[in-house]
Design a protein. Structure first.
Length: 424
């Protein structure tokens, strides 16, 4: 990878201030690399996402694309001094981008580091729930996605026939997603072992002094019914949100009355709740401090979210919530899979007789350890910041040796019982 001077991020959602930090823009710029954000959202989505532009500090070059031709011409203008991070999906709709990269022989990397568990056998929705979900989506714009899903499945199995070369680099976290990656990888693809980006946040917090708050439970708000991705993808809205929030409040009240728990809502970073009390009741709603809240709490409550990473890393008990409506939702099978992976009970919000399962707060250390290895951070991988490992891999490939870090030596320490792994 001799001569890499420009690192490009292909992006299809809103690029936020949080993404600017997580993508290591400042680290890459300090190391002497040119960083570019290619905003593909106007091309790939009906409702394009914006791109954060910092007022000071390291500012990446931002390019926005609205047509396939613009993208293909831009890729054709790249050379071997560029490394493209394809932080977009690999689908029938994006195949032309990978084909353009392959035709231009541009080096590119694909991600496998912020993944949720693959669905376990038998956890896919049953026929009734599948039919319900299809009928639901037929009422919205996402009916157009079904032919694309078939084409995407064929593409992932036979990408070479579509003129797509395997990725040069697979950016890996845990070991399981590497085995099931949907991206085009082959025998010549180099695997660089990093970790889930949440692990960087964990590294920064694990040794800090703090006062644990007994009897405090953190609910991870996924913004599941109002998330911008719903409108952007054309998926039909879910009409049962009011029933869900009523059930959720009833469960919170149960915890408060039976366990003396204090419920704190960790709001999704994209959430906008004009009247949060109407949704969550008279409970604190805090945005931007999810990792700290989990670290300080006694246990965590969620559906399916990469925020479970922090509960795993800090070894916190987790209560997984579902109900019959969620089981028809795209997240339903994922909730069941995550609960099984961590050996945790499923609490049905529509079945109050399952609420006493909340008393089961013991964790299985081995299951947590293996979840960390499988999905967050491979055992024995470097305990260094994500982008430091990334840059070291590029420099070593170039024969340049490890990069100097202007911030000084990296922090050291143990990751609990980890053999020493998305955002909120």
């Amino acid at each position: 990878m001799h001569g890499v001077t420009t690192i490009i991020f292909l992006w299809e959602a809103a690029f936020t201030e949080r993404d600017h930090r997580r993508m290591g823009i400042d680290t890459l710029t300090r190391a002497g690399y040119r960083a570019e954000i290619w905003n593909l959202s106007p091309l790939l989505h009906r409702t394009p996402g914006g791109v954060y532009r910092p007022g000071d500090g390291a500012t990446p070059v931002v390019r926005s694309f609205r047509t396939r031709r613009e993208v293909e011409e831009a890729v054709a203008g790249l050379d071997r001094s560029c490394l493209v991070n394809c932080f977009i999906g690999f689908t029938a709709a994006t195949a032309f981008i990978y084909r353009a990269l392959s035709r231009a022989r541009v080096r590119y990397a694909v991600p496998s580091f912020n993944a949720l568990p693959e669905l376990l056998p038998g956890k896919a929705p049953d026929v009734g729930r599948t039919l319900s979900r299809i009928l639901h989506n037929l009422s919205g714009l996402s009916v157009r996605k079904y032919p694309d899903a078939v084409l995407t499945s064929l593409l992932r199995r036979h990408y070479r026939l579509a003129g797509i070369a395997p990725a040069d680099i697979l950016l890996a976290g845990g070991v399981k997603p590497v085995r099931y990656t949907a991206y085009p990888v082959g025998p010549g693809t180099r695997t660089v072992w990093l970790h889930a980006m949440d692990y960087d946040i964990y590294r920064a917090l694990r040794d800090r002094p703090f006062a644990p708050t007994d009897h405090t439970a953190v609910f991870i708000d996924g913004y599941d019914f109002h998330h911008p991705d719903i409108a952007r993808s054309g998926e039909a809205p879910y009409p049962w949100a009011d029933d869900y929030y009523r059930r959720l409040r009833a469960f919170f009240t149960f915890l408060e009355e039976t366990r003396g728990a204090r419920i704190v809502v960790a709001a999704h970073p994209l959430s906008e709740y004009p009247d949060p009390e109407r949704i969550f009741g008279k409970r604190p709603v805090i945005r931007g401090r999810t990792p700290e809240l989990i670290q300080e709490s006694q246990f965590t409550i969620l559906h399916a979210s990469t925020a479970v990473n922090f509960a795993v890393l800090f070894r916190k008990p987790v209560l997984f919530l579902t109900d019959e409506d969620y089981r028809r939702h795209i997240l339903g099978p994922m909730i069941e899979t995550m609960a099984e992976r961590l050996g945790r009970p499923l609490i049905r919000l529509d079945r109050p007789e399952t609420f006493p399962l909340a008393d089961s707060l013991a964790i299985d250390p081995e299951r947590y350890r293996w979840y960390q290895h499988d999905y967050l951070k491979k055992e024995g991988s470097p305990d260094l910041p994500f982008w430091d490992i990334y840059l070291r891999a590029i420099r070593e490939q170039n024969g340049e040796g490890p990069p100097a870090d202007p911030r000084g030596p990296p922090a050291t320490g143990s990751a609990g019982d980890s053999p020493g792994r998305t955002g909120r």
